[in-house]
Design a protein around this ligand. Structure first.
Ligand code: GDP
Ligand code: ZN
Length: 326
């Protein structure tokens, strides 16, 4: 007779037909399938289970009590956070990229190529909205000479001094500050070693070079799988977790061009810009959209230069989009 034991593990990979689970910080992968009843649960998202999800699962044991065969997921445990994107611009369906993230690194470059600031803002707002701690990695610092110092300083003034984000200047190819990144990935603040770090950034910023610099043995995949639905072509990307030789676990997010806010009211958006959130209780009207209202503290701060005009413009763009697509 087959004996089963219920365990708790983390989803580390999703292939077409099954998931791989490991009990982090162990890296001992078990193949499991998802029960039909669970599959129906999250029909607002294209994937009911994401990489990083904590799940209850059962594995069949052989007569010697050893795990054998394919197990099944019986329950998805509550998520502490996640990163999500809209499947398409107009649909309300969402795809969960990863769950239970301890830290997200957004890799950016000011030039070669220039990361567009509205993209940075959209990523940061998504992290604020879904409770994901985030740091900015300013890569290719070896390429920036004195002529770039002013731009770097302005970037830091806006994103660190005003918005409060940690910024680390790095060079993936010259090894600058890579040791610090390795150490950060290895451990959580409470010293637990099952830390999950998400890496994101537009193509060309050096995200793969950075991951290679941290652990040359990792073979990144682009893991994009196309499937055809009756409604037409539909592309699903499955993300995957990797174990770092120097400690910790990472999730790469290849091919992400944009994020979407799901289930966010437009009145909430400004609360996800920390520098706006800190002063918005001083606006004369409550709630205030910080657009046309008189006595608006946010608009005043933009005029004084305490809030950057670029960030304010990103805010207006997001506000506009939420209004249009609703
Ligand atoms: P990805 O698309 O973000 O994964 O970017 P890649 O890792 O493929 O890097 C894109 C290009 O930038 C490659 O030619 C890399 O060699 C180069 N690159 C990446 N990091 C650095 C860096 O820190 N300094 C310099 N000078 N080049 C870099
Ligand atoms: Zn206001």
């Amino acid at each position: 007779m087959e004996v089963k034991k219920t365990r708790i593990g983390t989803v580390v990979k999703h292939t077409g037909s099954h998931y791989l689970i490991s009990e982090l910080p162990l890296w001992d992968l078990h193949p499991v399938v998802i029960r039909g009843s669970l599959r129906l649960n999250g029909n607002a998202t294209t994937n009911p289970i994401a990489v990083g999800d904590h799940v209850e699962y059962e594995m069949p044991l052989d007569l010697n009590g050893e795990i054998s065969g394919i197990g099944s997921i019986s329950k998805i445990l509550p998520r502490k956070n996640y990163i999500i994107r809209k499947s398409t611009n107009l649909s309300h369906q969402a795809h969960i990229i990863a769950a239970n993230i301890d830290l997200a690194y957004l890799v950016v470059t000011l030039e070669f190529p220039e990361t567009k600031w509205p993209f940075i803002d959209r990523f940061l707002v998504t992290c604020q909205a879904y409770n994901v701690p985030v740091k900015i990695l300013l890569n290719k610092i070896d390429l920036y000479g004195d002529s770039h110092r002013e731009l770097i300083n302005y970037f830091k003034e806006v994103y660190h001094d005003q918005a409060g984000y940690d910024i680390i200047e790095i060079s993936a190819t010259k090894g600058i500050n890579i040791q610090q990144i390795k150490e950060e990935c290895a451990k959580n603040n409470d010293n637990s070693t099952a830390k999950i770090t998400l890496f994101s950034g537009v193509s060309g910023v050096g995200k793969s070079s950075l991951i290679r610099a941290i652990d040359p043995s990792i073979k990144l995949k682009t893991n994009s799988i196309s499937s055809y639905h009756i409604q037409g072509k539909h592309t699903t990307t499955f993300y995957e977790m990797y174990k770092l030789g120097t400690g910790g676990f990472i999730i790469d997010t290849p091919g992400i061009r944009g994020f979407g806010l799901i289930d966010v009211e437009k009145e909430e958006i400004s609360t996800y810009f920390p520098e706006m959130f800190h002063i918005m209780d001083k606006c004369r009207f409550q709630p205030c959209t910080h657009t046309h209202e008189p006595g608006c503290a946010v608009k005043q701060a933009v005029e004084n230069g305490e809030i950057s005009y670029e960030r304010y413009k990103s805010y207006l763009g997001m506000l506009d989009e939420e209004t249009k697509y609703r």
